[in-house]
Structures are given as C-alpha cells and as structure tokens.
Design a protein around this ligand. Structure first.
Ligand code: FE2
Ligand code: FE2
Length: 266
C-alpha cells in the first residue's frame, strides 16, 4: 500500500471530532488520588513523581512552542483545526498542574511546577524539548510561509514527540498505575488527553503523507530529523526510569478497583 492509498482524516474532519470530544480538567474527581498519594511510600512517591514530572514539562513545552504552526496554515480548515490543538495543549497542561496542586498538595504557579519537575529529568530530555523543538518553532515563527520550516516543525512535534514519545509514555505510565490501582482521577484525565493526542497525531500523519511526502526534499528533511532525534529519545532511559520499569512489573499492592480506561473514552 502506498501513502496515496491511505484513508486519512484531514483538518475539517479532525475539527469536527474535536467538537464531539469536549472535556474539562476541572470536571475530574481527584479526591481518591489524594488519598492514594498520602498512603504511598517515599520510594513509590519518587517514582510516580518522576513520571508526572516528564508530563508536566513536556506539556508546558508543547503548549508554549506551537503558535508558529497556527500562523503557518494553508487553508481555513487547517487554521481551524490548529487553533483547537493549541487549546487542547493548554487544557492538558492545566490537568497536570491541577494534579500537582491538589494531589501532590504543592500548590503553585505553573512556572514553579515546571521548574521543580525539570530537576527530575535527564539532559536528553532537554535535547528534544529545548533544543530541537524550540529551534524548529523559532524557524517557523520567523518564516511561516517557508514549507521546509513547517515540515521540520511537524516532524519534531507531531511525529517524534507526540507520535513516538507521547504514545510510549501513555502506555507505560497508565499500565503502571492501573496495575497498582493508583491515581484513578489522574488516569482518567490522562486518558482523555490521549484521545486528544490521537487527533493531533492524525493531523501530523495527514500533513506528512499529503503535504510533505510528494516532495523528495521535504521527505528527506523528515527522515533526517527523525534519525537525529531518536538517539536522544533512547537516552531518556535513565537509571530512575529503569527502576520505574522494574516497579511496574511487581504484583499489584492494592485491591481497589478502577474504571477501565476503555470506559473513559471522550
Ligand atoms: Fe498535549
Ligand atoms: Fe498534542
């Protein structure tokens, strides 16, 4: 099957999906999560805090480093969809900040949550989220009509960060928490975020297949950027992450039942 044979949703269909998938981070009950958090050991808190920190920092980065793509729209339908993605990313950041405020019980401005969270992460995280993403965004802000800059930004943002790192993190973190029967409100919000992210990844796939792949130069840009990012992605696996993986393999400690993630579809 060639790229031309793929049945892909375009910006208008993805916008209509967004209209049907509205939710609020302030509508989720985090009371059970606070009780869970209070009962955790220091080791468990440290490991879960690491996972939450990576999400807090990533969501801040992809919320604040996005406006350039909205400016680079090629049609009114694409501008409409990209505006919804900007709102989605801000909503996601609000969910993680609310968890910090109400579950970890350490209320503060988002900038303070991000600063604390950054201390938990490895330098490889900075390579993708500070160096490559920020550089690609600045290039697009400087020249919104530059198609090479748009291809580069969508490759790093939608293909590498959302389509590779984001999906992997979601499956790993929700499996860990569901196995341990922990933080049901956080998992509910994260699952709704995951459904939003599937729309974003669908946009990136549509853009790469329909707007980039037909041009050999842009196709080469996309492949080269992926190759340059994936070594840093692998280096994100630090000693703490490996400990977290071992932790997730242990038998569940509690018998509290959680709603299945499948019932939480937006
Ligand atoms: Fe997001
Ligand atoms: Fe996203």
């Amino acid at each position: 099957m060639s790229a031309a044979d793929l049945q892909l949703k375009g910006p208008q269909a993805l916008y209509e999906d967004w209209e049907r998938g509205q939710w609020s981070p302030f509508g989720i009950d985090l009371g059970p999560d606070r009780a869970d958090w209070d009962g955790l050991s220091e080791e468990e808190r440290s490991l879960i805090l690491f996972a939450l920190s990576s999400l807090m920092v990533a969501e801040e980065r992809i919320t604040t480093q996005f406006t350039g793509l909205v400016m680079a729209y090629d049609s009114e339908e694409e501008a409409t969809f990209l505006a919804t993605q900007q709102v989605d990313e801000a909503r996601h950041m609000q969910h993680y900040a609310r968890v910090q405020n109400e579950v970890i019980a350490d209320p503060g401005a988002i900038v303070a949550h991000v600063a604390r969270s950054r201390a938990q992460l490895s330098d490889a995280f900075n390579v993708i989220f500070d160096d490559k993403l920020v550089a690609a965004h600045l290039a697009l802000v400087a020249e919104p009509r530059n198609r090479s800059a748009k291809v580069g930004f969508v490759t790093i943002y939608h293909v590498v960060i959302e389509g590779t790192l984001g999906l992997t993190s979601f499956h790993f973190i929700t499996r860990l928490l569901n196995q341990r029967h922990l933080l049901p409100g956080f998992v509910e919000g994260y699952t709704k975020i995951h459904h939003d992210e599937q729309r974003h990844i669908a946009y990136g796939t549509w853009f790469c297949a329909r707007r980039s792949a037909p041009n050999r130069g842009w196709r080469t840009t996309c492949v080269a950027l992926c190759a340059s990012c994936f070594p840093s992605s692998r280096r994100r696996s630090t000693r703490r992450e490996r400990r977290t993986r071992r932790y997730s393999g242990r038998a569940p400690r509690r018998s509290v039942s959680l709603p299945s993630t499948g019932s939480l579809a937006a």
